[in-house]
Design a protein around this ligand. Structure first.
Ligand SMILES: Nc1ncnc2c1ncn2[C@@H]1O[C@H](COP(=O)(O)OP(=O)(O)OP(=O)(O)O)[C@@H](O)[C@H]1O
Length: 242
């Protein structure tokens, strides 16, 4: 389990308590500035909380040696910047750093899963935005973490690659990995997450199964938008109303 106990961070998070589970996809949703990236960084142990604590499988996260933390949690930030212009294969291999090995099998698997094998020798600077996003996700997968924490990993991807990566993330969850995604696309959260956290001005507004957390009342209250869901469970589409 990855837990937060009443964590507060300046004006960004206000006493957020939740417990996330491995084997599930958890979506973090909310309007711009609601605190989604802040919560994800705190869950990754990258942003210390002013109050409260984050626990990974029962241990206070900040007490874990950095290498153990890096092995357990693969974090994919929103910005997607790459500091050095290395080849895609070398970028993905950086995911093995916490393990101190080359992990050739894991690296090859990660590149295949993200459809990046054909780009192995390409300098990262020559990739399109979507290709770079896939390469960065491959780096996280190569580390074979128990938790994948990704901030809008699908935002730059075309429909086909979005669906491809959702399959990869679902397969990760099915194999026991905890997958936590910041997601703006509410239909994507509704259809693909096991659990949805809705943040509003730094507070946890909902934390439950998607149909409940993304009810029309909550969407109206939090996003200020009148909408309705169409379609069947698992294939919902959100339509806004005037
Ligand atoms: N380094 C920082 N110092 C102070 N305030 C910050 C900092 N980073 C973000 N904030 C503020 O904290 C709040 C939450 O930001 P956060 O990035 O977590 O929101 P978000 O829900 O991820 O938003 P978005 O959907 O726009 O990416 C915002 O009001 C933001 O302006």
């Amino acid at each position: 389990m990855l837990e937060t106990r009443a964590i507060a961070i300046a004006d960004r998070l206000d006493s957020v308590t939740t417990a996330l589970h491995r084997g599930e996809i958890t979506a973090i949703c909310g309007p711009n500035g609601a605190g989604k990236s802040t919560l994800l960084s705190a869950l990754a142990g990258l942003l210390p909380a002013d109050k409260g604590e984050v626990l990974l499988e029962g241990t206070v996260l900040s007490a874990l040696p950095p290498r153990d933390r890096a092995k357990a949690i693969g974090y994919l930030p929103q910005s997607g910047e790459v500091a050095w212009d290395v080849s895609v294969a070398n970028l993905v291999a950086l995911g093995r750093l916490p393990h101190g090995d080359q992990g050739k099998f894991a690296v090859a698997n990660a590149m295949a899963a993200t459809a990046m094998s054909d780009f192995a020798t390409r300098p990262v600077s020559t990739l399109s935005g979507g290709e770079k996003a896939r390469a960065l996700l491959a780096r996280v997968l190569a580390g074979e973490p128990r938790w994948i924490l990704a901030d809008e990993p699908l935002a730059a991807l075309d429909l086909s690659h979005q669906l491809g990566l959702l399959k990869v993330l679902r397969a990760q969850a099915d194999s026991g990995v905890g997958v936590v995604l910041v997601v703006h696309d509410l239909a994507l959260a509704m259809n693909h997450a096991n659990r949805v956290l809705v943040l509003d001005s730094g507070r946890l507004k909902a934390d439950s199964a998607p149909e409940e957390a993304l009810s029309l009342d909550i969407i109206h209250e939090v996003w200020g938008v009148k909408a309705r869901w169409l379609g069947e469970p698992g294939q919902r589409a959100l339509v806004t109303q005037d």
